[in-house]
Design a protein around this ligand. Structure first.
Ligand SMILES: C[S@@+](CC[C@H](N)C(=O)[O-])C[C@H]1O[C@@H](n2cnc3c(N)ncnc32)[C@H](O)[C@@H]1O
Length: 441
């Protein structure tokens, strides 16, 4: 069952603090894991977004956050040394970025430190860690935009911080230019086709044949709407335009003008509409290179949480025999089709790896295992690997906290962390990817 989301709006959030807001002076001493400045009020930690160490600020306490307090920045009384002018005019309103006010050196050091902190928490503070590889802003090739259709207009952009309020965007310095330029026409066609009061999402991905768009909004499209949408797809030379009504498993193809293809190791794959892709092409290439180097010429590799094969296909290209496993059937079918078309051999399996990880006797077939789970990590799989995994494991992650937990399980099971490489594909945010290579013994 799909839960109905709380209604979005373009106005103010209605949540209220438990006690009356109070203004306080705070000296910021560090930046926390979510990117907010941290100071103290008596014995309490207080989190103030958009601040840097050395700032003295006036802030409004808005409620509790964990063991501490959450506060909103009112004014910077004395700026700290690492503060710069944020480049985006929407910064502070839009929840897409939280760290544009940091100078580049401070930002880079803080972000790499996110991973060190999590590893240290799990007793892995001394593992060999490479420099952070940085993917520049302006290269996001996939984004999920929030939509709120009001009575008169359509709000389209990212949600405001900790809120369902949609902040309208006409540009965004994180995005590939064709996606940024598409925001205004997309807003106009949604106004023409979606009834007032609806909330939803639109996923836009830049494929090698143009934009691939999946609208997830409730609208009873009639023949005229479909014609309008098909003409829109023509006018903007879209690769594909699809529509899904929330709660329905059915994705309606509105226009499929060209194959919505992306290439992994020069092999064309057409992901299902809205499917996961690494957020940047540059980041994907870097991770795929670290993965193929990490498996170190293993002849038999299991690629777990494989998606559409962004690592499986480069691994097959190295000559490895690859078993690709994924919980979602549609990307597996896309990967199979791509392999068949290219005359490449690999085996596939649709399997829920959180509930049914590959067991020790199954792991025996492989010389190396790669895993790239969602943010929750791969605890169940790491436990099986710890009990009896192969000589090499390569862990890819978008969450330093669960990566550190999973690596600690592997280390306890006899693995040694050979290298960890942080990769920043999400500039100006607290999100960080990493690739870790582990060897047994
Ligand atoms: C971070 S993505 C990585 C995909 C792929 N490696 C890539 O680079 O495009 C995580 C993948 O895990 C899949 N997934 C999520 N939960 C899963 C589960 N319990 N079992 C198997 N696969 C799962 C998702 O469908 C998604 O394709």
């Amino acid at each position: 069952m799909i839960k109905k989301k709380p209604a979005r709006s373009a106005g103010r959030s209605k949540s209220r603090p438990a006690s009356p807001p109070r203004l306080v002076d705070v000296q910021i001493t560090e930046i926390g894991a979510r990117g907010d400045g941290v100071g103290r009020l008596g014995t309490d930690q207080v989190f103030v977004p958009f601040t840097v160490p050395g700032d003295r600020v006036s802030a409004r306490v808005e409620g509790k956050r964990g063991d501490g307090l959450a506060a909103a920045l009112v004014e910077v009384a004395e700026p700290g040394p690492g503060r710069v002018a944020p480049p985006c005019p929407q910064y502070g309103r839009c929840g897409g970025c939280s760290l544009q006010h940091l100078d580049d050196g401070l930002y880079g050091a803080w972000k790499r430190d996110l991973l060190i902190t999590q590893l240290s928490r799990h007793g892995l503070g001394d593992v060999p860690m490479g420099e952070m590889i940085r993917v520049p802003a302006g290269s996001r090739r996939r984004a999920v935009f929030a939509v709120h259709r009001s009575k008169t207009v359509t709000h389209l952009g990212f949600n405001a911080r900790a809120s369902h309020t949609v902040v309208d965007l006409d540009d965004c310095l994180l995005l590939e230019r064709p996606i940024a330029a598409f925001l205004a026409p997309l807003r106009a066609i949604l106004t023409a086709t979606v009834p007032a009061g609806e909330d939803g999402d639109v996923t836009v991905a830049l494929t090698d044949n143009g934009l691939d768009v999946l609208v997830e909004l409730d609208a009873r499209l009639d023949l005229f709407d479909r014609e309008k949408l098909a003409a829109f797809a023509d006018a903007h030379d879209l690769a594909r335009l699809s529509w899904r009504r929330p709660g329905s498993g059915f994705v309606e193809p509105i226009a499929r003008r060209k194959p919505a293809v992306v290439h992994f190791a020069e092999i064309g794959v057409e992901p299902p509409p809205g499917n996961f892709l690494q957020p940047t092409k540059g980041g994907e290439h870097i991770i795929a290179r670290l993965v193929t180097q990490g498996v170190d010429q293993a002849k038999t590799v299991a690629d777990l949480y494989c998606g559409c094969g962004s690592f499986s296909l480069p691994l097959v290209r190295t000559g490895a025999s690859v078993h690709a496993v994924e919980g979602d059937e549609a990307p597996i079918r896309a990967l199979e089709a791509a392999a068949n078309q290219s005359g490449l051999k690999l085996t596939t399996e649709v399997r829920d790896l959180a509930r049914r990880p590959l067991l020790v006797h199954e792991l025996k077939k492989y010389q190396a295992v790669v895993f790239d789970p969602p943010r929750a990590g791969a605890q169940a799989q790491a436990e099986q690997l710890a009990e009896g995994g192969p000589a090499t494991v390569v862990a890819v992650s978008c969450n330093p906290a669960t990566l550190a937990r999973d690596l600690a399980i592997l280390v306890k099971g006899g693995y040694r962390v050979q290298s960890v490489t942080p990769i920043d594909q999400f500039p100006f945010t607290a999100h960080l990817e990493a690739v870790a290579v582990l060897k047994r013994g």
